[in-house]
Design a protein around this ligand. Sequence first.
Ligand code: DCP
Ligand code: MG
Length: 392
Amino acid sequence: MPGDSTNLEKERLIFHVDLDAFYVEVERQADPELRGKPVVIGGIGPRGVVATASYEARKFGVHSAMATAVARRLCPQAIFMRGTHDLYRDVSKKFMNILRDYSPNVAPVSVDEAYLDMTGTERLYGEPIDAADMIRAAVLEKLGLPASIGIGPNKLVAKVSSEHAKPDGVFQVRQQDAEAFFAPQPVRNLPGIGPKAGEALAKLNISTLGQLVTTPIGPLRRALGPNHADYVQRRARGIDNATLKERAKAKSISAETTFETDVSARSKLESSLKKLIERVGTRLRKSRMRARGVSIKLRYGDFSTITRQRTFPAPGDGDQMIYDTAHALLVTAMRIRGDAIRLIGVSVTGLGEQAAQLSLLDQNPTADSDTSEALDTIRERFGNEAISRGSI
Ligand code: DCP
Ligand code: MG
């Protein structure tokens, strides 16, 4: 398409703005006593998980997604708190609105981060670094929160640059420098390379992005799958043509829950499974995708973990179909091993765009998709607890 190629020839200017230690800094606004001290926010019960930690606590090795119990061991002098989640949501909205003062094209990605297309703003704001400092100053003045900004020719390079800008800084990488900037970095620094791909690459003795770029595509395709290999190798060179609103492709959507105490009652497990599927199903339908199958994860009291997967009769997005398949997996797994369960998780897999699948392989959309969508609307308006199916 001629329109596309002109867009790609013109170098874009993309900012990735991300607040530093977001939850902690919001709490510090409310209580200045917390400034300069190690602070950990997250679940504070025996099975709680860290949402985030102040940079003072990170020095001791504390990080997001770590068990709070481990964080307590690493940094006992830290202040541990649950956090004020309604407040974070409000502040997040204000933050996004400030960003909209600087660009008409703002794409929020999570509560505290967004991409801004700043292409063509030099006449207005001067050098990109100066524009970034202006935005950081506005966020600091209006919200009291420190922000870091990565600047790049696309979302990918901007995102990786912002990690280098942190905390409280700006870091710019131009297109011609992107490959050299990426080369020495570990492969896991590349968004899109998760633990599984990281392991597959380690088996090929690939640990840096530079090595990934120079690996012949054949072995790479065998290790990562044909589509993913090409995609990842392009990105390892800092190439990314995604528009601002395009989301990185999710290949699965999952949710899991850890019980306060281990559970062996089937009814309790079934109701947890149902709730998880409602969450996963809502996200699936929101993303306008269909899934080819579902997998469940069960972790027992001794931490041993199993996953069981099954494909659907036809790709779909309805809660009922997901539940029926996942439930069959659960029942079979419980028959084989009846031990009490610590964690249950569910994930829908093999995701694809609805339109493409409808025309190519799915002439028979599942009947309960419409009902599920109606429930989503109600959940959105009245909260997730407002409705849940009596007899799924
Ligand atoms: N968060 C969470 N659980 C996670 C990761 C993050 O609840 N596993 C929450 C808490 C964070 C917020 O999301 O404050 C933003 O996530 P970031 O990854 O941007 O982390 P921070 O803003 O806390 O730190 P920084 O961006 O400075 O690394
Ligand atoms: Mg952040």
